[in-house]
Design a protein around this ligand. Structure first.
Ligand SMILES: [Zn+2]
Length: 420
């Protein structure tokens, strides 16, 4: 099914093969900078750079698109500079599709001091004022927006739905996200309800501002706007968020797709993603924000998510933690000093085609910069390829078999190593 955007832009989503008895599917997202075959993992270039790796390498390892963070680029170098450069892709020499997130998550997570939202201990805290220990509260939310302190220089800034849209239009990514309040599993049910309504009102304001900016900047490529669904671990709130945002229409402007966001505990990830995707229209793409662990990717795909992004593969690579088919390993472990074979014999990445684990182990010990580069190429390829394989096996009807085989080996391998 293809649909056209309200403003006649080149953005569409076509559903391909459906995974039997589930919400999973393949598809193609078309953007002004090219197509994305889904499901797909989107590498993250937080500050318009995938740390340590050139865009050419990301392309070569099969990365179809890149995601950058509006919050970071707003603070540095400033969205006006990226706009003057011709937009994010042009600025960083990435010719393919780009995404930017709304800044909501960073503003709140860096500001309030929370760490990763997934896998939070829901039983520990039940307060709306909880902040990370020994951390000053750096962000304040009100009904109009968020005031926050820059993590770079301590200067004060304010994001509203309108400002987030203005920043993201200047950054010029193909897919942008509505400004939302990202709650955590620590917030109370009452707070989640109020926050969800606030996010809905912000979503309306985003659509209005997006429509205005799209008209004003009609000489720029069309940018697709995704609404972000919150609602934490509550089924009624998640379903309501999906229905509300799917129905929003501001003078003919509606969301082009949806971001599945916020607090998602690992155990219930599939159930929660399933609630949302069950309500969402099938003719629009869904992006699961900030998820990149192999088992979570399978869960996300099976429950209807089309695209994923996560900093974990590159962040872990820089600390010498790399993926193999038999689980994650750490290259600084003594046993890899004499492994004169690739990190993973089955990997088809540039690193594994040209270098041994022993060489990478040496580079990490010697603190050579290229260690992080080679490990990042491997980890990004590993995850990009894993999701590619999910796509091809949905198409060939072998998805469940592939999942069983992959997860069995990956997690059994990890457990064995931990035991020794
Ligand atoms: Zn490799």
């Amino acid at each position: 099914m293809t649909y056209h955007t309200n403003l006649g832009g080149q953005f569409s989503f076509r559903e391909g093969t459906r995974l039997e008895n589930s919400l999973g599917r393949t598809g193609v997202i078309s953007t002004p900078h090219g197509p994305i075959s889904t499901p797909a993992f989107i590498p993250v270039g937080t500050k318009a750079s995938v740390k340590g790796v050139l865009p050419e390498s990301i392309k070569a390892l099969g990365g179809q698109a890149l995601l950058a963070n509006a919050y970071h680029l707003y603070l540095q170098p400033g969205s006006a500079i990226v706009d003057a450069a011709g937009g994010l892709g042009e600025f960083m020499n990435w010719p393919g599709p780009t995404f930017t997130d709304s800044g909501g998550f960073q503003v709140l997570s860096l500001g309030v001091g929370f760490k990763k939202v997934i896998a939070m201990d829901t039983e520990t805290f039940r307060s709306d004022e909880v902040i990370a220990e020994n951390k000053e509260r750096l962000a304040h939310v009100d009904d109009d927006g968020v005031t926050f302190k820059s993590h770079l220089d301590g200067s004060m800034h304010r994001f509203t739905p309108e400002i987030s849209m203005q920043v993201q239009h200047q950054l010029g990514a193909d897919i942008i996200f509505a400004f939302d309040e990202c709650t955590t599993l620590h917030n109370t049910r009452g707070y989640q309800e109020r926050s969800l309504e606030r996010t809905r009102l912000w979503a309306k304001r985003c659509l209005i501002e997006h429509g205005k900016l799209t008209s004003e900047r009609s000489d720029h490529p069309y940018q697709a706007l995704f609404g972000v669904l919150q609602g934490a671990q509550y089924e009624d709130l998640r379903r309501q968020a999906a229905r509300d945002l799917a129905q929003l229409d501001e003078s003919g402007i509606s969301f082009d797709g949806f971001g599945l966001g916020g607090a998602l505990d690992k155990e219930n990830l599939g159930t929660i993603v399933g609630w949302m995707c069950d309500e969402l229209p099938r003719n629009k793409p869904r992006h699961l924000l900030g998820i990149g662990e192999p088992d979570d990717l399978f869960t996300g795909v099976e429950n209807g998510a089309d695209t994923f992004d996560c900093v974990a593969p590159s962040r872990q690579a820089r600390t010498s933690a790399v993926f193999t088919r038999d689980g994650r390993i750490n290259l600084t472990n003594a046993k890899y000093q004499r492994q004169f074979s690739p990190i993973d014999e089955e990997c088809d990445c540039y690193t594994c085609s040209h270098y041994t684990a022993a060489y990478l182990a040496h580079l990490f010990r010697a603190k050579e910069m290229v260690a992080g580069t080679l490990a990042t190429i491997h980890n990004e390829r590993f995850i990009v390829r894993l999701v590619e394989q999910m796509r091809t096996t949905i198409e060939s009807g072998d998805f469940l078999e592939f999942k069983r085989e992959f997860l069995g080996r990956f997690y059994v391998g990890s457990a064995k190593r931990q035991a020794t």
